[in-house]
Design a protein around this ligand. Sequence first.
Ligand SMILES: CC(C)(COP(=O)(O)OP(=O)(O)OC[C@H]1O[C@@H](n2cnc3c(N)ncnc32)[C@H](O)[C@@H]1OP(=O)(O)O)[C@@H](O)C(=O)NCCC(=O)NCCS
Length: 207
Amino acid sequence: MKTIQYKSDTAIFSSSEENIEPYDFIIEEAKLEHIHYINQICEETLSSAKARGTGISGRPPELLAKKMIEGEAVIAFTLKGKWAGFAFISSWENGKYVSNSGLIVAPEFRNTGLAKKIKRKIFELSRQKYPEAIIFSLTTGLAVMKMNHELGFEPVTYSELPNEDLFWENCKSCVNCPILLSKERKNCLCTAMLYDPKKINLHNLNL
Ligand SMILES: CC(C)(COP(=O)(O)OP(=O)(O)OC[C@H]1O[C@@H](n2cnc3c(N)ncnc32)[C@H](O)[C@@H]1OP(=O)(O)O)[C@@H](O)C(=O)NCCC(=O)NCCS
């Protein structure tokens, strides 16, 4: 059984499924006071990408700090303050697009439904801060594709993504960047998924 209690903008998420140790998570918009978690987030992001053998765009600590300070990130931790998960958003082309990126859950808390909660919260934050924006996500991971689909995202070609060079600069640190460049940014190993608020979508009714 899973229960969620909402306290202002903070969700306390309890997991007590069979065979899974019960955890209570606080999931909230990241702030200045969470900056001390950054090294752990960066290290886990890098080691998880290596373990998966997939590419990932760079997440320098300075970028994550900026996201936390500007209210463009969601963080999860246990009631005892142990870091459990993270994700952030970025806006492109003057707010026409918003990317949902950097989703990571600490290995010991995986498969408890935590990523799903973080993903929903980061999606809600995107909608709240940029209600008109097209929201998108680039991933090679099946878990993220499933979660995006549940939120109403649909797969698209790269032609539907921002054209802004600054956005694509982020791919430079990914091992697959030579593939992206050889395809003139028209394709790569990541699947692009997009949520367009202007298109009526039945998924919205479940939010
Ligand atoms: C991907 C990741 C965030 C999932 O976190 P999690 O907390 O274990 O995910 P959840 O328990 O919330 O599961 C969400 C859904 O994804 C599915 N899922 C989780 N891990 C999966 C995997 N490795 N392969 C396929 N599906 C997976 C779950 O079954 C669930 O689907 P369901 O609702 O249909 O049952 C986590 O494994 C992680 O941090 N991985 C390393 C970083 C990464 O790959 N980030 C994504 C970059 S785009």
